[in-house]
Write a protein that binds this ligand. Structure first.
Ligand code: CTP
Ligand code: MG
Length: 241
């Protein structure tokens, strides 16, 4: 089993932030995707199980105002769980969680941000990401190289051109950074009115380097209803291997 390098020499804690405050519009108008059941467990509980493969100091769930369910769930290492309110956009939810963490985290502690809707991330990928952050002293994200041919199209859906995919990667989560770098970068980006779709985009705006670490194509984000079926198959096959 892959091991985590050097962490205990650094004395830095590892925190996880799980944005789970979205309304999942593309999934359903009535049901929240993170509470769908796979193998007798919610998607959210699967995600928390995976993150707890790391030696976390704690994890913070950013949840919706109307969500009275999250805090009643039997989650792994429940004593490490914290809850805070999410915000309008994903970035607001992440910033709320960082503000909440301020009372516990040191500036140099590691922070993983991982979508509640990505229950299939593997322990090996989590460890690779953490080791990269430690060894290169860098921010890092899981990503995979774009594998299909990419087309730019016009309004009529006619192909304008083929886009060279040589240096294109698809960003996933988790994304890892240190507490103070991430919080400052997000605050700066929001102040500057920059559109932030993931943590890396905030870090890029402040000219921080962000390393991409090879992820896996099965680290899917449940976005549409069919993705739930796919996640069931992936989790099933991961258990068997
Ligand atoms: N998220 C959040 N706060 C928001 C919006 C999103 O915490 N204001 C979370 C979601 O709960 C999800 C993750 O960010 O775990 C990734 O976002 P996405 O897959 O887009 O989820 P939703 O925004 O909920 O779905 P949709 O965009 O289809 O409405
Ligand atoms: Mg969304």
């Amino acid at each position: 089993m892959k091991t985590i390098t050097n962490l205990y020499q650094t004395n830095r804690k590892i925190w996880a932030i799980v944005p789970a405050a979205g309304s999942g519009r593309r999934f359903s108008k009535t049901e929240l995707k993170q509470y769908q059941i796979i193998q007798n467990k919610t998607v959210l509980a699967h995600t928390i199980d995976r993150l707890n493969e790391l030696p976390l100091a704690g994890y913070v769930l950013a949840i919706g105002e109307q969500d009275h369910y999250a805090q009643t769930l039997a989650l792994k290492n429940k004593h490490l769980s914290h809850f805070c309110l999410g915000g309008n956009e994903r970035v607001d939810s992440v910033l709320n969680a960082l503000s909440y963490l301020e009372q516990f985290a040191q500036p140099d502690d590691f922070v993983f941000v991982h979508d509640a809707a990505r229950p299939c991330v593997t322990r090996e990928c989590l460890v690779n990401l953490l080791n990269t952050a430690i060894n290169l002293n860098s921010n890092a994200i899981l990503a995979i190289p774009v594998r299909d041919t990419l087309k730019r199209v016009d309004q009529q859906h006619n192909i304008v051109k083929t886009v060279n995919r040589d240096q294109l990667w698809q960003a996933q989560t988790p994304q890892i950074s240190t507490f103070s770098i991430l919080k400052t970068a997000i605050e700066t980006a929001l102040n500057d009115g920059v559109m932030i779709t993931d943590e890396a985009s905030a870090l890029e705006h402040s000219n921080h380097t962000v390393q991409v670490v090879m992820g896996r194509s099965d680290n899917i984000k449940i976005t549409y209803p069919d993705d739930l079926e796919l996640a069931k198959l992936i989790l099933q096959s991961q258990i068997m291997h």
